[in-house]
Design a protein around this ligand. Structure first.
Ligand code: FE2
Length: 411
């Protein structure tokens, strides 16, 4: 074995375990591996988990909050508009550098896989894609990145964007994005979805759209997306991010849409850190939370995950690319407080996110990629509650980051 992790505590298993790794792959998990590893790490009974997955981030926009004007209304609309000037002046180097900073933070915090949206529109052209591809290449040994071509400014209302979307897919984007609510009319929203599916069919690509990121129940593109998914036979290949308006619908219509989402096999990604900040801005009291109906979706059997979404941009001024921090916020925002619900929150940044990225080689079992984190915690509850050190971050069998938090009590 190239590496053996000894005395690992694993989720849902009694006792301590040894994990044997060879050629970047987990070869064996046994209670006492007899072989000697070229390198050995003693986990000392600490919790060992598969690396985290961030299924929804915008690497092209990170770290710009200090160089643009402030978002005074705190709304999505103003956040988008502020970026226009900056986006027109983007350089590939600037994007790659900003994205790289967040990738490095994510890696140190135990994230081995990301799915990022990159803006595709007539303002920034394909520079965001080129910049993020450069960052992806630079960090290819540390993190696997799926790229979504994201027409944030609309497609029908941004003439020329459709051509750029095709070009983006040719240049190396993996997934077709969308933002159908950002069109002038519901008819245009429908055309937007149809155009995106046309591209997805041509490139045999999955679809991952920003859907109804608003408190306004007038926006109903989630139902349109579900209908189109079924019509095209794209079940299991489509993800809807944000879906905030679902929370604003009356219960009857929301239930009807959730049933369609389930039937279409659509994954949902909620982004509470950003949407707690952006939504409900026009509410008096009570101010709505602005996140989607997480528990109702889970109860219906829909696969749900969540992402960091934003780091220091016009939408959200914080963020440290730490999925345990996002998990803590999500548990609060979605009222997930019972023991099985806290476990579920942890699933959402591991196995449930892996379903969205459609990863076959993910998980802590023999035959899977050795993408592993050793946490300075004993339980999932403490991992989320205490935000502990990621003692070792292992990518394809190699240690790529270590952390030690020394907090000493000096009474
Ligand atoms: Fe987003």
């Amino acid at each position: 074995m190239n590496l053996i992790i000894r005395n690992a505590k694993l989720r849902n298993r009694q006792g301590l375990w040894d994990i044997g790794i060879k050629s970047g792959v987990i070869k064996a998990i046994e209670d006492n591996l007899p072989q000697k590893g070229e390198e050995e790490i003693d986990a000392n009974g600490k919790l060992v988990v598969p690396s985290f997955i961030d299924p929804h981030i915008h690497l092209d926009k990170v770290n710009i909050v200090e160089v643009v004007r402030p978002n005074k209304t705190g709304t999505l609309k103003e956040a988008i508009e502020i970026i226009w000037d900056k986006k027109a002046q983007y350089t590939i180097e600037d994007i790659a550098e900003r994205a790289g900073d967040v990738i490095e933070r994510g890696v140190v915090n135990g994230t081995a896989k990301m799915r990022t949206h990159v803006d595709v529109d007539t303002i920034g052209g394909l520079k965001p894609l080129e910049g993020v591809i450069a960052a992806r290449n630079k960090y290819k040994n540390a993190v696997d990145i799926q790229i979504i071509a994201f027409p944030q400014e609309g497609i029908i209302k941004d003439p020329g964007c459709d051509k750029l979307m095709w070009k983006a897919m040719e240049m190396g984007a993996d997934i077709v994005g969308g933002m159908p609510a950002n069109e002038h009319t519901p008819d245009d929203s429908k055309k937007h979805i149809e155009l995106c599916f046309g591209i997805a069919e041509k490139f045999n690509a999955d679809v991952d759209m920003h859907i109804d990121e608003t408190d306004d129940p007038f926006y109903r593109t989630l139902e349109m997306l579900a209908d189109e998914t079924i019509e095209r036979g794209w079940q299991g290949r489509v993800t809807a991010g944000h879906t905030c308006a679902l929370a604003a619908y009356d219960d009857h219509y929301a239930g009807y849409v959730i049933e369609k989402v389930k039937k279409a096999g659509i994954n949902i990604i909620t982004n509470p850190v950003t949407n707690l900040m952006l939504q409900g801005r026009n509410d008096k009291q009570p101010v709505r939370r602005g996140i989607t109906r997480v528990k109702e979706l889970l109860a219906a059997g829909v696969n749900v995950s969540f992402g960091q979404d934003c780091v220091k941009d016009t939408f959200y001024p914080f963020g440290s690319a730490d999925m345990l921090q996002v998990a803590l916020v999500t548990a609060h925002a979605a009222h997930m407080s019972l023991p099985h619900e806290i476990e579920k929150v942890f699933d959402m940044i591991t196995h449930d996110a892996a379903k969205i990225l459609r990863l076959d080689n993910y998980g802590l079992e023999a035959g899977k990629d050795a993408d592993i984190v050793i946490l300075d915690a004993l339980t999932v509850d403490d991992a989320i509650r205490l935000q502990p050190a990621r003692l070792y971050v292992i990518k394809r069998g190699k240690v790529i980051a270590k952390s030690r938090y020394n907090r000493e009590l000096c009474l």
